[in-house]
Ligand binder design. Structure first.
Ligand SMILES: *[C@@H]1O[C@H](CO)[C@@H](O)[C@H](O)[C@H]1NC(C)=O
Ligand SMILES: *[C@@H]1O[C@H](CO)[C@@H](O)[C@H](O)[C@H]1NC(C)=O
Ligand SMILES: *[C@@H]1O[C@H](CO)[C@@H](O)[C@H](O)[C@H]1NC(C)=O
Ligand SMILES: *[C@@H]1O[C@H](CO)[C@@H](O)[C@H](O)[C@H]1NC(C)=O
Ligand SMILES: *[C@@H]1O[C@H](CO)[C@@H](O)[C@H](O)[C@H]1NC(C)=O
Ligand SMILES: *[C@@H]1O[C@H](CO)[C@@H](O)[C@H](O)[C@H]1NC(C)=O
Length: 523
């Protein structure tokens, strides 16, 4: 016997198809069909009367069990699929404040309803690095001992039976841990029930710490430790940074919104009309390399083609961040990226501006930069001869405007499309999924761990923190399945890809040498 609510829902569909019922009515609980406006327009008086008659007849048939529910489904399952829309689940702070327990009404299984996305849609190429990052554990797997070796972490994240828990070990700087954990909570809401059981350690500091040289040989067993960046000498596993969900300390909105703001900002001044120089604004005190960059500021003595500014955070905070809006920083024809203590979170914001990025040779990488290619997405700048390198880059760009413009468009397209939030979540999903396959122990919930749901973090939050959390809250499960993880690079393919990047960089350096040789001869 079918539940009468289902029958009611079926009848309601017909009722609505006849041209009645509210647009938003959502009658039968989760996944109940609701009217699409385009059906509404078709109704006219006479058909409507007939329609009502047949509806009532049909309702009676269904209600008395003479018409099987499954027949109805097979008759128009496609229509039903299309009519389904996910229900929304806003924060429920009333319940949280009363009971301090996570809501239990959120779906525990992921049933995407948008069938128009082909199930074999492959993720962007940079996802292939997931296989490379996990390669150190491919043969050995990950034992509990290896995991416990990463106890220097800020927190442990546990997923058991589709629910997440966090055990916090220490505070991280400036809300990094909070917004990282928030991001993971959103991932679980987007793909409920899809994530496997796992335990992972997360470190929120800048610099990678798991040195490859300390873990050589087949029984090396390096600890798996997640963080925002790594480098070629380290085994830390890279994960999207906190700022994708917002960074209250610097007034940086969640990426979903900020990327749109920057896209709008790009339209304000045509590339040709921008200041024909390079721009950088930041805190030089973070790194020697940045202090060195300051020597390249334009002055009466030298024109290195760069306008460099010091970001005074204290002043900005006092004045409400009036001077640090990222969408207002696409004023120059070129933007400079330079690392801080390690990789810099500013990277995606700089790429998002459609002025070409002059990319000072980095030592670290985050999860998405590995898919980007010099000369195509950015212009490489020597770290050991910055000023001359910048001067040449700016002059070259001003001589080759269409190439320069194309580079700026390519990088902003890359971060707008391949790095949109859907893919950030899919990257997290696949990384955690592949990681969990390596675990050789049963994940358990430590006694001190707390269950993770948005309410735990957001209900007691206030100010900008709360604002950003609400802005980046995923209110319903995703309507589609994750993209398909591309296969690992085969070694030759990977070598060819890296050689290509190397060659493109060397080519720029040789043009640069030629240019300066000529300049020197003139003098
Ligand atoms: C829940 O409690 C917090 C303080 O802990 C308060 O700011 C918030 O308004 C409360 N929310 C509701 C819906 O009661
Ligand atoms: C909030 O949670 C309570 C208790 O679980 C539930 O009765 C109520 O319907 C929920 N409210 C919303 C808006 O989901
Ligand atoms: C379904 O997914 C495809 C591809 O992701 C998207 O283009 C389309 O807009 C989605 N349709 C709906 C109704 O959300
Ligand atoms: C995805 O599947 C469709 C139909 O099943 C097929 O035509 C298409 O070639 C596939 N695409 C890829 C990239 O495998
Ligand atoms: C660079 O020069 C500009 C003026 O040309 C000045 O406003 C700015 O403060 C200088 N930056 C640094 C880091 O000295
Ligand atoms: C730019 O063009 C000028 C004039 O043609 C030339 O003197 C200069 O060397 C060129 N610079 C670069 C970097 O291409």
């Amino acid at each position: 016997m079918k539940k009468s609510s289902e029958k009611f829902a079926n009848t309601a569909v017909l009722w609505q198809l006849c041209g009645f019922g509210g647009r938003q009515s959502n009658l039968g609980g989760v996944g109940a069909p609701r009217l699409r406006p385009r059906f509404k327009k078709r109704a006219t008086t006479t058909p409507a009367v007939l329609c009502i008659f047949f509806s009532l007849l049909f309702a009676a048939l269904v209600f008395f069990g003479w018409f099987d529910h499954s027949i109805f489904l097979s008759l128009s399952s496609e229509n039903i699929e299309q009519l389904k829309t996910p229900k929304n689940y806003p924060l429920n702070c009333t319940a949280w404040n009363r009971t301090q327990t996570c809501p239990t009404n959120y779906p525990t299984v992921h049933k995407p309803t948008n069938l128009s996305r082909p199930s074999n849609q492959t993720c962007p190429d940079y996802f292939r690095w997931i296989h490379e990052d996990l390669r150190p554990w491919k043969e050995s797997g990950i034992t509990r001992e290896m995991l416990e070796g990463a106890r220097t972490a800020h927190f442990r994240l546990i997923i058991v039976d589709g629910k997440a828990y966090v055990e916090k070990y220490k505070r991280s700087v400036r809300n990094r841990d909070l917004f990282t954990v928030w991001g993971i909570a959103q991932l679980l809401r987007l793909y409920p029930g899809r994530l496997p059981d796992l335990e992972m350690m997360f470190d929120c500091n800048d610099q990678p710490v798991i040195k490859s040289r300390d873990y050589k040989g087949p029984n090396a067993g390096p600890p798996p430790l997640f963080r925002y960046c790594s480098n070629k000498w380290s085994l830390d596993i890279v994960f999207p940074d906190w700022s994708f969900w917002g960074w209250p300390d610097t007034n940086i909105r969640p990426w979903k919104h900020l990327s749109k703001d920057i896209k709008e900002g790009n339209k304000r001044v045509k590339w040709e009309d921008r200041v024909p120089l390079a721009y950088w604004k930041g805190t030089p005190s973070m790194a020697a390399s940045r202090r060195d960059l300051m020597n390249c500021n334009i002055s009466d003595q030298h024109n290195w083609g760069a306008h460099l500014y010091i970001q005074d955070w204290l002043k900005e905070i006092k004045e409400g961040f009036k001077q640090s809006n990222l969408e207002d920083q696409c004023t120059h024809r070129y933007k400079i990226y330079i690392e801080g203590r390690a990789w810099s979170v500013s990277e995606k914001f700089i790429f998002a501006c459609n002025s070409p990025t002059l990319y000072v040779t980095p030592r670290h990488h985050d999860f998405f930069i590995r898919g980007m290619v010099p000369q195509k997405h950015y212009w490489p700048i020597r770290d050991n001869n910055k000023c001359k390198s910048l001067k040449f880059a700016v002059e070259w760009g001003n001589n080759h405007t269409s190439e320069a413009k194309a580079m700026g468009e390519a990088s902003s397209h890359y971060v707008q499309e391949d790095l949109k939030m859907d893919y950030v979540y899919d990257y997290m999903f696949h990384l955690l999924n592949e990681y969990a396959k390596l675990l050789k122990f049963k994940s358990t919930i430590p006694p001190k761990a707390v269950e993770l749901c948005p309410e735990v973090m957001a209900c007691a939050a206030d100010g900008v923190r709360k604002k950003y959390m609400l802005e980046s809250l995923e209110e319903a499960p995703s309507d589609t399945i994750p993209c398909t993880l591309p296969p690992p690079y085969d070694p030759q393919e990977l070598k060819a890809f890296l050689d290509g990047k190397f060659t493109n960089t060397k080519q720029v350096e040789s043009w640069e040498n030629e240019y300066w040789d000529k300049q020197n001869m003139k003098q």
